[in-house]
Design a protein around this ligand. Structure first.
Ligand SMILES: C[S@@+](CC[C@H](N)C(=O)[O-])C[C@H]1O[C@@H](n2cnc3c(N)ncnc32)[C@H](O)[C@@H]1O
Length: 271
């Protein structure tokens, strides 16, 4: 079997360490990817090899956040999976406002990565607020990776992220972004109702909140069934009654034993 540059024993120890610190269930098939991600760090630290690096992660707590940054996959886009955003804009927001007029909408982007998801939501909320006086919102964004959260906080984007939003929402690019370096940066108005915090989804959110809408997208896929159930269970105390949970395209949770009721593909409600 292909084990990247690892010995079989190092690869098993690495997979166990990924699970210990992130919960992510990796298999030997990811060895080449893991090797590509860890190699620069091993070289930068001037270590003799991958086993020496694993020993460092075990012995030096300060290395754990770097390790987490390296082993997590952070792919994301603005308005990823457009039908989800059509649902939020055309159904969720008007219905929520009708039922909760005068209250503040609370949203959790629970695996926020570099922030494209939370700023997509902030743009929809800003547009909704302009048309519905009195509407206000708060977005709580979390991720296990501190490095990726720093990018989300910065709100500066280049490459595929920028190309995607320029073609899908050119008017909103003019309104909500400014040219910065060789890319775009979100304007401060999109940040004013956003708070970011590091959080491991396998642990309870503290303090528990009453979110009306939770994005838990494209993260369950990295966990085994038992861990997925734990994550979904941990989210419950932070959800308002009948709150909506949105998962990724390839993440049906209907087969799991959870407190969520299927509404339509990718959209669930707390029972
Ligand atoms: C592929 S991105 C998904 C980003 C966004 N939700 C989307 O759908 O475009 C997955 C994110 O989950 C985060 N993640 C992985 N394991 C996690 C855990 N145990 N707790 C919290 N976040 C985790 C990763 O750091 C990564 O940023």
């Amino acid at each position: 079997m292909e084990t990247g540059g690892f010995t079989p024993a190092t690869l098993s120890a690495l997979i166990a360490l990924v699970r210990k610190h992130t919960g992510i269930a990796m298999t030997e098939r990811k060895s080449v990817l893991l090797e590509r991600r860890l190699r620069p760090r091993v070289q930068a630290l001037n270590l003799s090899g991958y086993q020496a690096y694993l020993d460092k992660v075990e012995q030096d707590r300060a290395e754990i956040p770097h390790f987490i940054d390296l082993v997590t996959t952070n792919d994301t886009l603005f308005f990823r999976t457009p039908q989800v955003w059509d649902y939020v804009e055309q159904e969720f927001l008007p219905q929520w406002w009708q039922a909760h007029s005068g209250q503040r909408l609370k949203v959790w982007s629970a695996a926020a990565s570099s922030g494209e998801e939370l700023y997509s939501m902030a743009m929809l909320c800003e547009e909704f607020a302009a048309a519905h006086p009195g509407f206000s919102y708060q977005i709580h964004a979390t991720d296990i990776s501190r490095q990726i959260l720093a990018l989300a906080r910065d709100g500066q984007y280049t490459g595929r992220s920028v190309e995607r939003i320029q073609s899908s929402h050119p008017d909103w690019v003019k309104k909500y972004f400014r040219a910065s370096g060789n890319g775009l940066r979100v304007v401060d108005v999109l940040k004013k109702n956003v708070e970011l915090a590091q959080h491991n989804l396998l642990t309870p959110l503290s303090p528990a909140r009453q979110f009306d809408l939770v994005f838990l997208r494209n993260v369950l896929i990295y966990f085994d069934q038992e861990q997925q159930q734990t994550i979904l269970h941990q989210a419950c105390p932070s959800m308002a009654p009948r709150a909506v949970m949105i998962v990724g395209e390839s993440e049906s949770i209907s087969g799991l034993n959870t407190a969520y009721q299927f509404d339509r593909p990718m959209i669930y409600r707390l029972k």
